[in-house]
Design a protein around this ligand. Sequence first.
Ligand code: MIC
Ligand code: SF4
Length: 640
Amino acid sequence: MTALNLTQKLIQSHLVDGQMIVDQEIGLSIDQTLAHDATGQMAALQFEALGFPKVATKRSVFYVDHNVLQIGFENADDHAYLASVAQKYGAWFSKAGNGICHQVNLETFSRPGDTLLGADSHTTTGGAVGQLAIGAGGLDVAVAMGGYPFYLPMPKIIGVELLGSLGHMVRAKDLALEVLRILGVAGGRGHILEFYGPALATLSVTERATVANMSIETGAITAVFPADEKTLDFLTVRGRAADYTPLAADSNASYDRTITINLSDLEPLAACPHSPGNVKKVKDIAGLPIDQVAIGSCTNSSIEDLLRAAAIVRGQKIPANVSLIVAPGSRQVYLELAKAGAVADFIAAGGRLMEVACGFCNGVGQAPKTNGVSLRTSNRNFPGRSGTPSANLYLVSPETAALSALRGQITDPRELEPLKIDLPLSLPMDLSLLVQPATGAKAEEIKVERGPNIAPPPAFTALPKVLEGEVTLTLGDNVTTDDILPAGAHILALRANIPAISKYIFNNIDPTYPERQRKGPGFVVAGANYGQGSSREHAALAPRYLGLAAVVAISFARIHKANLCNFGVLPLEFVDPAHKDLLAFGQTLAVDLTSLASGSVLVVKNLTTGAEVPVKLLVSARQVAMLKAGGLLAQMAAKK
Ligand code: MIC
Ligand code: SF4
């Protein structure tokens, strides 16, 4: 028998379609799903539109964690809608106050060997316990909830060998940033990162979760860690030892590529503005004055992270010109901090304790001042992400963040003495903020609550034989989904309402885009890695609603490309990247689509200049059929 690495084993045990041949499309059965109050509304609306009678996975959960400000009726309407849909159709519902989906899911439902599909890019966090945990658009999650497979191209696997052990005040965040320093924000595209090696024996599940969380920032599909003694410890402390299965690669397994990182060589690192891939040593940027420090987010909001940060600020005061924000990742974390006196430590130091939620991480509150410098323990520092377009965000470990908060400037935490913290030995699960699905007649009786903010998903028509339209926007490399559809409380409140949210497409880049795009079919021309970052399908769905017909780019990020196909927007890739300059703003383009097929080379005719530009359609036959029909919903509706 061929030796398999762990990723291959996880794929093989869930393979329901295709073969494990790199780049060929495979279909995986999905054990668990998650979605939240930024993506879940649209996932649930599409689940309903697809006519599924019940959730068919082993477990599906809707979390309330992104939109908890409730400054108007919209957030609360969305929560009520999600609660009622979950009850009726057989999903769990995690109430506001229970915590960030990835943190809670890891604590409560993670199971080595399971597949987890989440309508959130950081679903990768679940790889920390040996799950195959992948982020996708809401429609893909809705389909998986209905019991259908999830499709993706068979990835290549990068083996990341870890040696040594983390030194004084060097933390898992620094390892996550080192991986980003090596791979950049696109180096992981098409790959899964599999971690192995002797250093794993020194890394807790919490630390592994930080690394798995940020693996998506390299463009990778996800990260996978083995399930071992550390996994058993994590589950046992939570009374969940029964969920443990040991999992590892075969001893002579191979990888498509390997990277070796010696943890003993690492130093405290920071991702500097405006990309998680812009990694520098903390000591090289030390001394930079800061305005804000924000500790939390699904990357670094565990009990361990926050107890360590509290131990650093204990008995000291932050300077008057610094705002220290602390947002625990889950109710369990918050409770343990309170019991340990850490909440008091933060308050006494001058910190501001936030709700257990995503909060500052994606601009739902705590936006920095104009040109402000904010040090954060989160995972993305894209321009505008904090809610302040001119802010400069640095991503660091909780230790670097806490000490810098005290000093009012970026500070290398290695000048601290070693910290002594006591981690709780037992963390019994309290499921009281998790509402279980209703069953039988009770479920039938439940009426789905639809407030005025809940609008049905728009319907789209099939592709024409010849697509003609204008270039409505031209862009550079690494355009993020935050660029396409900004985060922030105001816009996030409209996630269940496509007509309303479509007015904000490309808002920080060119606010006139929606108006222009509405006039007829449009083309966006972009550089490499278009659509990196979040899984938000609204970044494909809302532009399509406005009339976007095709994106011609040098390359695409995986989740966004799948989302474009799901909504019938053609993702076309330049055969020669140098041709990008042949398609300019305002020019009229035409593409003959009569012989559309997987891998076909099409010709984009520039009707303004006469240039002819060859482009590839690098999608599967399944996606071609969906594109032709006008998207997955239209395709499924036509089949009925
Ligand atoms: C993010 O971190 O960007 C988000 C907000 O969690 C998104 C989800 C969304 O925007 O809908 C993600 O990572 O997928
Ligand atoms: Fe929430 Fe931020 Fe994590 Fe996204 S990255 S799930 S916004 S905490």
